[in-house]
Design a protein around this ligand. Structure first.
Ligand SMILES: NC(=O)C1=CN([C@@H]2O[C@H](COP(=O)(O)OP(=O)(O)OC[C@H]3O[C@@H](n4cnc5c(N)ncnc54)[C@H](OP(=O)(O)O)[C@@H]3O)[C@@H](O)[C@H]2O)C=CC1
Ligand SMILES: CC(C)(CO)C(=O)C(=O)O
Length: 305
């Protein structure tokens, strides 16, 4: 299909679940895709392709991989697919290669990493991509696309620009997307939902739907999260956050939250960028959020990673 977009050289920082998912889908539409891996050991293990499994298909897509400093090619379009706690350091590792007008797309959950990145990389156009796509690795470089979602994108700096021309190409690549000039609002709303669900699933070791049995704990967080969102100037209808949180719990009832998955697989969590960020923001704005503070402390006590 002719999208009217010439081939773009996409560099993808991080070849985990989302990095491989994005790499495979862009490679499917004949884009030039380069994975940037963390170590020589990972590069040696790269088989020259990424395998993408969906409900109906399994396809291997050839693409290239490199280390941050093994190539000098300038980077014009960078997708950052690391966890929130690795994102800034990962971008720093390729900083000398970044074109001055490069576009950096951030896939991280939570808040905090985005602010640090826009502060350090003020010349580049930084776009957040908040996605409800779900993916997991079954083996290195073999990704299963668990659920087609929606990816909302919008500028985090240099506000007010037109949507990038490559969004149409992403659509063709199966990356169902929507441009959202108010992406900060979307990130805040997702943060609030993650604060209400993820930590409690860790503390109760339960799937999202089982939080129905912990409704009073979920509900106690909602007025505090509403306070934070209002302070951040996120427009909210009365009761909107309550409805959204319970809707997500119902729609994802069978899911194990990403935070509980990290705990189960003994990986670090993104807690500091979810409840950690919420508590830090509340303190900086002198907002009283006792339930959120208690939740964050209980979570940190429980986490050994
Ligand atoms: N997976 C999903 O379905 C969804 C994830 N998200 C969000 O997307 C982000 C990425 O998540 P996910 O893909 O699951 O994470 P993964 O842990 O699967 O992948 C992260 C990858 O980043 C790599 N990495 C870390 N630092 C560097 C570096 N300096 N240079 C190169 N690579 C690096 C890691 O490498 P190594 O293997 O060497 O450790 C790892 O492969 C998170 O913020 C998550 O919350 C959002 C929605 C859905
Ligand atoms: C919405 C929710 C809670 C779905 O599981 C999620 O985003 C996560 O697990 O991080």
């Amino acid at each position: 299909m002719n999208t009217g977009v010439s081939t773009i050289h996409w560099h993808i920082l991080g070849a985990g679940s989302l990095g491989c998912l994005w790499a495979a889908r862009l490679a499917q539409v004949k884009q030039s895709v380069h994975l940037i891996l963390r170590s020589a050991v990972r590069l040696q293990a790269f088989p020259g392709q990424v395998q993408l499994t969906t409900q109906h298909t399994c396809q291997s897509l050839a693409l290239t991989a490199e280390l941050a400093d093994t190539s000098q090619t300038p980077i014009t379009h960078l997708i950052v697919a690391c966890k929130a706690y690795d994102a800034l350091t990962a971008i720093d590792s390729i900083a000398p290669r970044l074109a001055e007008n490069a576009c950096i797309i951030l896939l991280q959950n939570g808040l905090g990493s985005q602010q640090a990145i826009i502060q350090r990389y003020s010349k580049q156009r930084i776009i957040a991509a908040s996605t409800t796509d779900g993916a997991y690795l079954t083996a290195p470089f073999q990704v299963t696309w668990a659920g087609q979602g929606l990816t909302q994108l919008g500028d985090l700096n240099h506000l007010g620009q037109a949507a990038p021309h490559w969004l149409e190409l992403w659509q063709v690549a199966g990356i169902h997307n929507q441009w959202n000039p108010q992406i900060w609002h979307a990130l805040w709303l997702k943060l609030a939902v993650n604060c209400a669900i993820n930590p409690l699933t860790v503390l109760h070791q339960c799937r999202n739907g089982e939080l129905r049995q912990q409704a009073s704990q979920v509900n106690a967080l909602i007025p505090e999260l509403t306070l934070l969102l209002k302070q951040a100037e996120v427009p909210l209808q009365p009761n909107q956050l309550h409805q959204l949180i319970w809707q997500v719990i119902e729609q994802t009832a069978n899911n194990t939250s990403s935070m509980l998955q990290d705990v189960q697989q003994q990986r670090p969590t993104e807690a500091e960028f979810i409840t950690g960020f919420a508590c830090h923001y509340a303190r900086s704005q002198q907002l009283t959020v006792p339930h959120l503070n208690a939740l964050h402390h209980a979570l940190i006590e429980q986490l050994t990673y």
